[in-house]
Write a protein that binds this ligand. Structure first.
Ligand code: HEM
Length: 487
């Protein structure tokens, strides 16, 4: 019997979901939470029988949603660290396993792969179905060589609760062991190393220095309960039904579900970003009677201050430290949080309802589940531009086209969203190669309808160095990969 995926607020040990969660990979409904990770991108070089055998061997290591829960309990009780493992396949991987294309996950972007810039995708809302090729405005010339070649799958290894050196040793030993067992068939073509960065309050931050990982859809009772304790749900409902992130695994049995993965290595130009924020702050200070600094300009770009405070929640008597229980009902025109701000573009919290009378459920169905991690140099004040630093962006969803691609294309890259003249997302908006983006509108004076707006172009401090679309299949599918017929 199939599970009802319209449900939310589920206990991980709910007996009705036991078979599903036993079969489902971890890190989908809840982040694995480890501080150190390795992303091993591989190509399958054997014949279909050897490739299937290699994947079956890897599958033995994969952590299910239930295992992840048990590991978490064990860590809390004993402090023992547990290795976490995810395994995902690209469309190329399904091909190398000789799976009948009828049984591949059917998302069109997954099937095409991220390097395909020709296939058009239907990315426009409200019945205006003009398909667009290269909706992300990717420029593959900027990709690292390893990402330009064939990638059949990715193994994510993660470890926390131990110091960096120890984690390094364990993860390296795992990689050696893997090469020993599957090395003849499975060629590791690229390794990315992720590590969690924290500010002096211990909060997770990204390389521009902003608190990250605050707002995410929540599926489990324990996570919803925690968010409730952190501020309630009166102005924002973080709950999400399972079908926001899960979809039936076509290769598994009745209780088998998987999730689509978008992976993008996003390099951050930290010095360039902060230098340009200083220019923006100077420009705003010169064109209005209000003096602002680079930190304030940063909040106008991100939608939150560095400490995570939403800019829309600034009060006359200081900053609110509300984290996620907010919306833009009292800021329809973007007088507090600009309409172009990153967090507003990627989660408009009702803007599409107010602007287009679109049902709230449609906007909420665009949400993605972010599970990315920072990579590279931890220096937050580098003297060079484009250091080896950025975000290994990884998000999960039930549909790549309707969620990630829609969000990046129709919201972030679209200067006309949510109104004409809004401009692109200053953090991650991508214009077509060799095209200058239109400037955004900015105001220095917070929440003042009479404050003048001024134009300033802010873009180009994050660039994509490569990526791929994957499917994270059920464990049932991975473990039962039989030798192909006739082999
Ligand atoms: C290097 C690239 C990126 C950086 C530095 C970055 C940074 C941030 C920060 C600081 C926040 C606010 C904290 C939070 O709510 O977690 C945030 C939120 C968010 N970001 Fe990004 N981000 C990046 C890429 C992306 C991309 C490519 C997307 C999708 C197209 C995206 C989607 C989101 C979403 C959905 C939220 C939550 C918004 C909300 O619910 O209020 N981010 N990001």
């Amino acid at each position: 019997m199939s599970a009802n995926l319209n449900q939310t607020n589920i206990e991980i040990d709910d007996p009705n979901f036991r078979a599903v969660f036993h079969n489902l990979q971890g890190n989908i409904l809840k982040g694995h939470g480890r501080e150190h990770s390795r992303h091993l991108f591989f190509a399958l070089r054997g014949d279909a029988r050897q490739n299937r055998q290699a994947i079956r061997q890897l599958a033995e290591k994969v952590t299910s949603a239930l295992d992840q829960h048990q590991q978490q309990m064990s860590f809390k009780q004993t402090g023992q660290a547990h290795l976490f493992v995810n395994l995902m396949l690209s469309a190329g991987g399904y091909q190398q396993l000789d799976i009948d294309p009828q049984d591949w996950p059917d998302d069109p972007a997954f099937r095409a792969g991220m390097k395909d810039l020709q296939t058009p995708f239907d990315t426009l809302p409200r019945g205006d179905h003009t398909p667009t090729a290269n909706p992300l405005n990717d420029d593959i010339r900027q990709w690292e060589t390893g990402f330009q070649g064939r990638i059949d799958g990715m193994l994510l290894l993660a470890l926390g609760g131990v110091d960096a050196e120890h984690a390094e040793q364990v993860l390296e030993a795992e990689i050696q062991a893997l090469q020993h067992t599957c090395g003849d068939t499975l060629d590791i073509v690229l390794i990315q190393r992720g590590h969690v960065m924290r500010n002096d309050k211990g909060q997770v931050i990204e390389h521009f220095g902003f608190v990250d990982g605050v707002s995410n859809p929540k599926f489990l009772f324990s996570d919803l309960n925690e968010e409730f304790r952190n501020g309630g749900y009166s102005r924002n409902d973080p709950s999400a039904p399972l079908n926001l992130v899960l979809t039936k695994d076509p290769g598994g049995d009745a209780d088998s579900y998987g999730s689509y993965v978008v992976y993008r290595k996003l390099q951050q130009n930290i010095k360039g970003f902060w230098d340009h924020l200083t220019l923006l702050a100077n420009h705003l200070s010169e064109t209005s009677p209000t003096q602002v600094d680079a930190e304030y300009a940063g909040a106008l770009c991100v939608g939150r201050f560095k400490d995570g405070t939403p800019i829309s929640e600034q009060g006359n008597d200081g900053w609110s430290n509300l984290f996620n229980n907010f919306n833009y009902d009292e800021d329809v025109d973007g007088l507090r949080c600009p309409l172009h701000a990153h967090t507003r573009k990627t989660n408009p919290r009702g803007d599409t309802v107010r602007q287009f009378n679109s049902p709230p459920t449609i906007e909420r169905s665009r949400r993605i589940v972010r599970r990315g991690i920072s990579y590279g140099d931890t220096e937050l004040n580098p003297t060079q531009e484009w250091t080896d630093a950025g975000l290994l962006f990884l998000c999960l969803q039930a549909s790549i086209v309707d969620q990630f691609i829609f969000m990046q294309h129709t919201w972030c890259n679209n200067a006309g969203f949510v109104r004409q003249g809004t401009g692109i997302d200053p953090l991650v908006g991508q214009s077509p190669a060799d095209t200058a983006p239109a400037p955004q509108q900015w105001r220095a004076k917070w929440s003042n309808p009479n404050a003048d707006t001024t134009e300033f172009s802010f873009a180009g401090f994050v660039r994509n160095r490569g990526g791929e679309y994957f499917f994270m299949p059920s464990l049932d599918f991975l473990r039962q990969l039989a030798p192909p017929q006739g082999a």
